[in-house]
Design a binder for this molecule. Structure first.
Ligand code: GDP
Ligand code: GDP
Length: 457
């Protein structure tokens, strides 16, 4: 039956949208200057994004949400390396590597006015090995006269070249249709919408360079390393590692990438961002390492934001605790309040990868965060809570009207997603208040929560 002015279709639609689960990932790869960023901008339909006016400036955002023909997916821009930072071949190889590991499908962009270069051919070989679906974008076909150049790219052996002008939009629709055909409905690693994946829980150990990630990994992995083949149902993935902690086997994502240290100037930041984004895609919980001996930086905050946006459970591990004197400890606490206030819900451990201090607290914190992440609040309990909340703390009257939360439901978990149905627009301040009260009531320690509001027409 219709509820307070919402018909069933409204409600079902809202639930479906809120519980869309993880999105499939499309990687855009190719040499520098072939037009990857222009294409990504075109796909996500916003100008906000990626094209940099200043060459050599590192981009820190690598993943964007996009929608085409009613289907949503993530686009990963791998164009952040400048050729002179990493070297051309290393740069495109690294991109392809990430595309291979993370994406569900790849758009390979070639500049059709230049034709296929040796570097392009090298990328094709990498893509072939990856066995992921590839859509070939013959870019810079701005008019009919360019179509012949596009046809020449059949020689790459990747199937039909799609003639596209990313700059003007020509052909992008047809290419995106092909992308949707290539892209699975859900990412390979589905865990968001119900069925548990089974196997060990997946941890992304992330943090800016030098915070102590590889030291921590070495500490926890010292003994008890699990032989991959011994565990049924685990696939051999040389970049991940199974580590026994506190009697449980955990899968640490991309340990190879953590140990393989990249020492470069500007390129390193971008490389690190891309690796972080890739690890978050595959993980359930992020352990974010922060160097307690240094001020909390913009880069630390950016990593925290990436984990929140990825919707992962989160633990904050303050490393190098052995180095702290009283004064630094005082300032660190202040910094945590001001710089990390938005994730005050994340469990925190103060550790030292050097001395092993409080390593035993890591697992309980991770378990707490995963519990919060998986929490499901029964609809009855939620509505009893909402009823009391609305009665005790009504929304302020605005323009003679008083918007009211009518009812709500949890549309999904991992992380928890709520849909509230309201009689009018709820102000941001009131939404934040509702979120705070939800957290006080139900916990949600260590997890971001999403609240969307549907307003009765
Ligand atoms: P990226 O390095 O692969 O990300 O390449 P960019 O997106 O930064 O584009 C490199 C240059 O090619 C820029 O000057 C773009 O304006 C230009 N460009 C990109 N797409 C097209 C296109 O479809 N047609 C033309 N004529 N130029 C393009
Ligand atoms: P990564 O770049 O995040 O993998 O960081 P590393 O593990 O390579 O560590 C960077 C530096 O910090 C190295 O010199 C480590 O020895 C040092 N380090 C790591 N953890 C600790 C710690 O808990 N205490 C102290 N004093 N030094 C640490």
């Amino acid at each position: 039956a219709a509820q307070e002015g919402f018909d069933l279709e409204d409600i079902a639609g809202a639930l479906e949208e809120a519980n869309a689960g993880p999105l499939p990932v499309l990687a855009v790869v190719g040499r520098p200057n072939v037009g990857k960023s222009t294409l990504v901008n075109r796909i996500i339909g916003r100008r906000e994004a990626v094209v940099q006016d200043k060459p050599g400036v590192t981009r820190d955002r690598v993943s964007y949400e996009a929608e085409w023909a009613g289907r949503r997916f993530k686009v990963m821009d791998t164009g952040g390396w400048e050729q002179d930072v990493l070297g051309l071949d290393a740069s495109v190889a690294a991109q392809a590597e990430y595309a291979i590991e993370t994406a569900d499908a790849v758009v390979f962009v070639v500049d059709s006015t230049v034709g296929a270069t040796d570097t392009d051919e090298a990328v094709v070989r990498l893509l072939r090995k990856a066995k992921k679906p590839v859509v070939l974008c013959a870019n810079k076909v701005d008019g009919l006269s360019g179509e012949a150049d596009a046809t020449a790219l059949w020689s790459l052996g990747l199937g039909e070249p799609h003639p596209v002008s990313s700059l003007h939009g020509r052909g992008t629709g047809d290419m995106l249709d092909a992308v949707l055909e290539a892209l699975p409905e859900a990412p390979a690693q589905t865990f968001g919408s119900g069925t548990p994946l089974g196997g060990p829980r997946r941890i992304a150990l992330i943090g800016r360079p030098n915070v102590g990630k590889s030291s921590l990994l070495n500490k926890v992995a010292k003994e008890d390393r699990v032989v991959v083949n011994e565990l049924a149902g685990t696939t051999r993935d040389p970049v991940d590692e199974l580590i026994n902690l506190g009697g449980t086997t955990w899968k640490f994502i991309d340990t190879a990438g953590i140990r393989r240290r990249v020492h470069l100037q500007e390129g390193a930041d971008y490389y690190a961002s891309l690796r972080t984004a890739a690890a978050l895609e595959k993980a359930e919980v992020a352990v974010i390492l922060i160097d307690s001996s240094e001020s909390i930086s913009v880069q630390d905050q950016r990593i925290v934001t990436m984990a929140v946006e990825a919707g992962r459970a989160m633990v904050l591990a303050f490393n190098k605790w052995d180095t702290l004197d009283e004064e630094r400890r005082y300032y660190l606490e202040r910094e945590i309040e001001t710089e990390l206030g938005q994730v005050a819900w994340a469990p925190r451990v103060n550790v030292s990868a050097l001395t092993g201090r409080h390593m035993e607290k890591l697992v309980p914190a991770i378990e707490t965060a995963l519990d919060g992440w998986e929490t499901r609040v029964p609809t009855g309990r939620l509505n009893a809570f909402l009823g009391e909340l609305v009665a005790a703390h009504p929304h302020p009257v605005r323009g003679g009207k008083q918007p009211r939360i009518l009812f709500g439901t949890q549309a999904g978990a991992k992380p928890p997603r709520f849909v509230l149905f309201a009689s009018g627009f709820l102000e941001a301040g009131y939404r934040r208040f509702v979120e705070r009260r939800l957290r006080e009531e139900f916990g949600f320690e260590g997890t971001p929560i999403h609240i969307s509001v549907r307003v009765r027409e």
